[in-house]
Write a protein that binds this ligand. Sequence first.
Ligand code: UD1
Length: 419
Amino acid sequence: MDQVIISGKQRLEGKVTIGGAKNAALPILASTLLGGGDCVVANLPQVRDVVTMVKLLHLLGVSEKTEGSCVTLNAAHINGTEAPYDLVKTMRASVLVLGPLLARFGEATVSLPGGCAIGTRPVNLHLKGLITLGADVFVEHGYIRAKASGLKGGRIELDFPTVTGTENLLMAACLATGTTVLHNAAKEPEIVDLADFLILRGAKIFGAGTDTITIEGVKELHGAEYAVTPDRVEAGTYLMAGAVTQGDVFVEQCIPGHLSAVLNKLQESGATVVEEKYGIRLTAQNRLKPVEIKTLVYPGFPTDLQAQMMALMSVADGTSVISETIFEGRFLHVPELHRMGAAIEVDGHHAVIQGKPSLTGAPVMASDLRASAGLILAGLAAEGKTTVSRVYHLDRGYERLEEKLQGLGANIQRISEPS
Ligand code: UD1
């Protein structure tokens, strides 16, 4: 297993280029199951979750040709409708094949994703929605088994605007007969990206990006070429890396409008943020000021940037409060930040952070994807050496992270963990 070693206190300066959004790529790749034509998906981030999704599609019989950050997939002939436990346990988003398989082939068997480090994360709303579209769904031996002899459009009211739930139902509804209306749908940019890809392939979707999405079912979807939208979480992470080192970074090839809530908070904390057409420049001269953050569904502050923001607030000049409202257990990075000298108290879903002038480097352990990024940021701000182990979490969602940070002047390297 690899470790990342950081010698902190280097001011980051320069330009970093953002890749495609993992959370848009995953549903887009899964949706290639909805038709038989060639789907060419470009600007794919080279991260492990994308590799896992392509592996799953390959296992289902989808033909695949990968060239760099572009993959051509064709689901004209598939040889199975089962997503096995061994793959789903490594990536919960494998559940995204459920809607497309059921809609096109009338059946799907998908291992039920278990709990994960950040919470119980059920998929009950995905299943409830599919039942509304006429599917028979039951769970046995750890698997979701869904069947339908043709899905029928319907009115679905989501109890919570779940992101992958909205995506699963949106994909399923594309091939259902009649009209489906999804109320209280998620509004994340990744939903819009998926809808744009599906529309290009002949789907009839109206209102993606709002809380009501209407889908008129069509008989089939054809192939298309598409480039995945930039990763707003990766972009936010590098902006915060700039801020935590009181640096000057230009984050290029990202969409500032996707990060409004984050940019507002960075500005409120005293950083200078300039939005340009193809990127964002952040400059921080002094210690940042403390801020209050509440994670919310889009367009609110994203939970996927909460751990990174906490690292930032650990060295702010005053006391900040972060409330996590999306996931029940997403403070696993706190005990690791304590090891680096951070003063953080957690009470339920609130964390009170008393900023310190500096953190001290320490050996720490990553618990989940975004927590790993938070620890890396803390390491960049700390005196001395920080060793982050279990970085396989990081590799699920960040491409070439050390290389990109080195390009900004960070003293960071990856080594194989001594046994
Ligand atoms: C997606 C993102 C993840 C992000 C999260 C919230 C992908 C691949 N992952 O995860 O990076 O952190 O959105 O922005 O896009 N819930 C239920 N029942 C359900 C579904 C969800 O109770 O059927 C609850 C969850 O337990 C959680 C909340 O809803 O508390 C939000 O989850 P959801 O939006 O579904 O997150 P994901 O789609 O899993």
